[in-house]
Design a protein around this ligand. Structure first.
Ligand SMILES: [Zn+2]
Length: 108
């Protein structure tokens, strides 16, 4: 007998528990908790419009990342303007989503 779950998981996605464990280790591993790819250093552009105290963040640039892939469907439900990648803030030691503008991504 199968029970319907409220949470949809993509095939091969790590469990929420795995993700939480990895999230707490990002500081040491600098790996994405969702796809375990190495995070890439992203230097914050020098702009009067950004209020970040950081000089850089770490971003998951993997197009196959479940976090990124799932963001497309989440965003599509809200409006058609893009997706977001996982970003790690080394100062606050936490992960957050960084929105991307769709026009920067080649259409398939
Ligand atoms: Zn990832």
């Amino acid at each position: 007998m199968q029970t319907a779950t409220t949470e949809k998981l993509t095939a091969g996605s790590p469990s929420q528990e795995d993700i939480e464990t990895r999230r707490s280790h990002v500081k040491n591993t600098l790996c994405c908790p969702y796809c375990e790819n190495n995070l890439e250093k992203w230097v914050v552009p020098d702009s009067p419009f950004n209020e970040w105290p950081n000089e850089f963040f770490y971003v998951c640039m993997n197009d196959e990342c479940s976090y990124y892939v799932q963001s497309w469907s989440t965003i599509a439900a809200l409006g058609d303007f893009g997706a977001y990648r996982l970003v790690y803030d080394p100062l606050k030691d936490r992960c957050f989503p960084a929105p991307l503008i769709r026009s920067t991504i080649p259409r398939g």
